[in-house]
Design a protein around this ligand. Structure first.
Ligand code: ATP
Length: 239
């Protein structure tokens, strides 16, 4: 599998806090890479750097062989979409919410309608277009957020805790949608949910204190953890 995006010794600091430390990581084309790690490990920061929203303090991001920086950032950002942990919906219909990014990109009305309808079908919200987004249940709102991202047809999709706060039924639906994108869209997702990481991932990366301490197939991470810290974390014994 070819490399989609690569971080080379990326450090990201915020006012003296080192959120990522010398991270070197390859994300392969079409894979689902899950990042696990405790609160404050740097997961969101890692996703933001991969989404080209945060620039590294040092180190390099290489997107499909192209070093990211300067004039190419705005063009590359159009290929990448991040879904935030606490995504905000507009006080508008579901249709308008999903159409928003497409309008910003200047698509014509027919294209917008087609893409919105396709995206709503793929998150199993066909026919929800005219409803007010904020009146939907939490699980449905999360699916609208996902549809809004999918409508943009991103090459690379970053998902920060996509099923946090969802009931098991909605979490399963969202997982199924993510799994259905495997091979077509490259996905990096952050989660605290070890079971989800086991079910959904092609590979799992363990992040701790801003450092990637292992990246491997789920089977290896969970049955043959490389060190004591990972073993404790995957067994829920981490303090
Ligand atoms: P959680 O699981 O709690 O969401 P996380 O693994 O996503 O955590 P990050 O949100 O990436 O971790 O944060 C990593 C570290 O960087 C933390 O110490 C956090 O306080 C700090 N940090 C993150 N963003 C900022 C910011 N904008 N300004 C200052 N510090 C920040």
């Amino acid at each position: 599998m070819d490399v989609h995006v690569k971080l080379e010794r990326v450090t990201r600091k915020y006012d003296g806090i080192t959120a990522l430390r010398e991270v070197t990581l390859e994300v392969k084309n079409g894979e689902i890479l899950t990042i696990i790690g405790p609160n404050g490990a740097g997961k969101t920061t890692l996703l933001r750097v991969l989404a080209l929203l945060d620039e590294p303090s040092s180190g390099k991001v290489v997107y499909r062989g192209q070093a990211v920086g300067g004039s190419n950032i705005s063009q590359l950002r159009k290929k990448v979409t991040m879904v935030f942990q606490r995504a905000v919906l507009l006080n508008e219909t579901v249709f308008e919410n999903v159409a928003y990014g497409l309008k910003l990109r200047g698509l014509n009305n027919d294209e917008i309608t087609e893409r919105v309808n396709d995206a709503l079908s793929s998150v199993m919200l066909k026919g929800f277009g005219p409803r007010m987004a904020k009146k939907l249940s939490g699980g449905e709102q999360q699916r609208v957020v996902l549809a809004r991202a999918l409508a943009l047809n991103p090459e690379l999709l970053l998902l920060d805790e996509p099923t946090a706060n969802l009931d098991p039924t909605n979490a399963a639906i969202v997982e199924r949608i993510i799994g259905g994108l495997r091979g077509r869209t490259t996905i990096v997702l952050a989660t605290h949910n070890i079971f989800q990481a086991k079910r959904i991932s092609d590979r799992v990366g363990c992040l701790l204190g801003g450092e990637v301490i292992d990246v491997d197939k789920p089977k290896n991470i969970f049955t043959k953890p490389k060190n004591e810290i990972i073993r404790k974390f995957v067994r829920g014994e981490f303090f």
